[in-house]
Design a protein around this ligand. Structure first.
Ligand code: HEM
Length: 541
């Protein structure tokens, strides 16, 4: 057996950094054309071995932690920002327990509570933000009335900026808790933006340079950590004083958890997990939300259909009152169960994540030599993997039979479900078209079955169209939330948050955009490039 083919590059060390950095999707597609589903490229002195297609996804996402390791790949990036004692700063076994603790914060009873809170935040924002014709909250009681002279005129907002504002409002009102929400109007917003600036791909490449941006990052981390530790300690004191706890947020959930050995989470662990949740959720959700708004605005008939979906499910006899701000009379509040079941709204989010998965590269460090499964490596199978059955033992565990490739210890491996999510052999000729109806028509069913039964194409798996539960297999062609043991725990929350925000905006606004912007890959998360102004006018009441 040999190493996988290496992508040609002119300059040693730098390797393919420029091509990969500028447009990883195009770069990986070009390499796939030349080399097939498995190849190695050089990125600033590191060997990155890429495995593509459903079998590549399976190989990497289904890998074992002692072979294909996440913390070795990510800790330089995340630990300075999240802090010590959590996520990739601890052994995999400890982090897996921490993930379970966080899941408690996403309980259905919590999610049910969150729907109304998120709707409220969006209404309040529209009512008070000048762009939307609102008046600042601080003035007086009349501030909640919407300035009707602007009401039906066309104006513009920046899609990304709006979604960044709404997702931080929504997450802090719900998961992050009352203290963070209160702080958002004051000190916390600055802390958040300082810390956020330290979360850049630069840390992956050179983690500990004496750069001013790094000392700003470290200072921001210390302040943020102290901010959360203070919340935890205040809450503990309240508990000791036998004051009732009414919080139903992530901090409350984490404070009650114990490790398998009986140890409680320490204050700094709660604090650092909260920072991790914040960083994991903010950019992913705001990016997805902004792409969704852009596509809705670019397809006004879908905007209209979404609005009609709201009208159909939520019309009630209702009398407007002055305090209702931007709420459209006649459409009542949503519940968790209802949002979860809206076919078009959920299809819009799912389809947006197919074309614009915020995380384009999922990376692991190779701790020991790993044999590549024969079906992934065999050159004559390149690209046609989806149609073939996965052999027994083909689970990315190194048992590849007469495999032809070995990925050597010291490499990084890179999966990019972004590629299988736009593969025409899987999704058909319209693979690169944003068409949410593909999830409502039957055509996606077959695709997802292929993923579920390991490639047979005739699987029996039922597809759950309730949000976020399409296919959990590590060999699925659709993995915006990853797969296997490192799979995202925020998926349900993200669907709920995005669903409620998008629905509330669609109720209030008609939106238009001429062109869908290009993606910007220079940021950690794939964002829409400027210009990304959406024209809008308020729906007539
Ligand atoms: C893991 C995507 C929202 C918390 C992941 C992974 C992906 C992902 C692809 C796998 C990473 C890997 O395997 O290396 C997304 C997307 C989101 C989203 C597309 C929104 C649209 C959230 C939210 C939270 C969250 C809202 C929490 C509040 C996490 C955590 C992990 C994770 C804790 C586990 C990391 C691990 O086990 O190594 N997410 N995420 N995510 N995500 Fe998300």
């Amino acid at each position: 057996s040999t190493d996988p083919p290496v992508v040609f590059h002119w300059v040693p060390f730098i390797g393919s950094a420029i091509a990969y950095g500028n447009d990883p999707v195009k770069f990986l597609l070009d390499c796939q054309q030349k080399h097939g589903d498995i190849f190695t490229f050089v990125l600033l002195g590191r060997r990155m071995t890429v495995a593509l297609g459903t079998k590549g996804n399976n190989f990497i996402l289904g890998g074992k932690s002692h072979q294909l390791n996440a913390e070795d790949a990510y800790t330089h990036l995340t630990t300075p920002v999240f802090g010590k004692g959590v996520v990739y700063d601890v052994p995999n076994d400890v982090f897996m327990q921490q993930k379970k603790f966080c899941k408690v914060g996403f309980s259905i009873s919590n999610l049910r509570r969150y729907v109304g809170m998120i709707e409220d935040e969006v209404h309040a924002f529209l009512a008070h933000d000048a762009t939307f014709g609102g008046a600042p909250a601080s003035t007086d009681a009349s501030a909640t009335a919407i300035d009707d002279t602007h009401g039906t005129q066309w104006r513009t907002f920046d899609a990304l900026r709006l979604m960044q504002q709404l997702t931080i409002l929504a997450a802090s009102r719900t998961l992050q808790g009352a203290e963070v929400r209160a702080g958002l109007d004051a000190s916390y917003a600055q802390l958040y933006s300082d810390l956020d600036e330290g979360f850049t791909p630069l840390n992956f490449i050179c983690p500990n340079l004496p750069l001013p941006s790094y000392s700003r990052r470290d200072r921001a981390h210390r302040k943020m950590s102290a901010f959360y530790v203070d919340i935890v300690q205040r809450r503990r004191r309240r508990l000791l004083d036998h004051e009732n706890e009414h919080e139903h947020d992530m901090i409350a959930a984490l404070m009650k958890q114990t490790y398998r050995n009986g140890r409680h989470l320490e204050d700094h662990e709660v604090a650092h997990l909260m920072i991790a949740m914040l960083m994991a959720g903010q950019h992913t959700s705001s990016s997805t939300g902004s792409w969704a708004l852009i596509h809705i605005a670019n397809n006004p008939q879908i905007g209209e259909a979404l609005y009609q979906e709201q009208v159909e499910h939520f019309t009630e006899s209702y009398t407007a009152s002055p305090s209702d701000g931007g709420r459209r009379p006649g459409l009542r509040a949503m519940t968790y169960e209802e949002v979860k079941e809206l076919p078009l709204l959920n299809a819009v989010i799912r389809e947006t994540l197919r074309l614009h998965p915020p995380i384009h590269s999922i990376i692991r460090y190779v701790r020991e030599d790993v044999v590549v499964p024969r079906t992934l490596a065999a050159p004559h199978l390149h690209g046609s993997g989806v149609k073939r059955r996965v052999d027994e033992g083909d689970k990315g565990d190194g048992d590849g039979g007469d495999a032809v490739y070995v990925v050597p210890k010291g490499d990084y491996v890179l999966a990019s479900p972004a590629l299988s999510q736009i593969d025409a052999r899987i999704w058909g000729r319209s693979a690169d078209v944003w068409d949410p109806y593909r999830w409502i028509r039957d055509d996606v069913g077959d695709v997802m079955k292929v993923g579920d039964d390991g490639g047979g194409g005739d699987g029996e798996e039922k597809i759950d169209y309730g949000f976020g539960l399409v296919s959990k297999g590590t060999n699925s062609p659709y993995q915006p939330f990853g797969g296997g043991m490192h799979r995202c725990i925020g998926e349900q929350f993200a669907y709920l948050q995005l669903g409620v925000i998008v629905a509330t905006l669609v109720r209030a606004l008609e939106m238009r955009i001429e062109r869908v912007p290009e993606p910007n890959y220079h940021t950690m998360i794939t964002l829409p490039k400027s210009p990304r102004e959406i024209s809008f006018r308020r729906r007539r009441i």
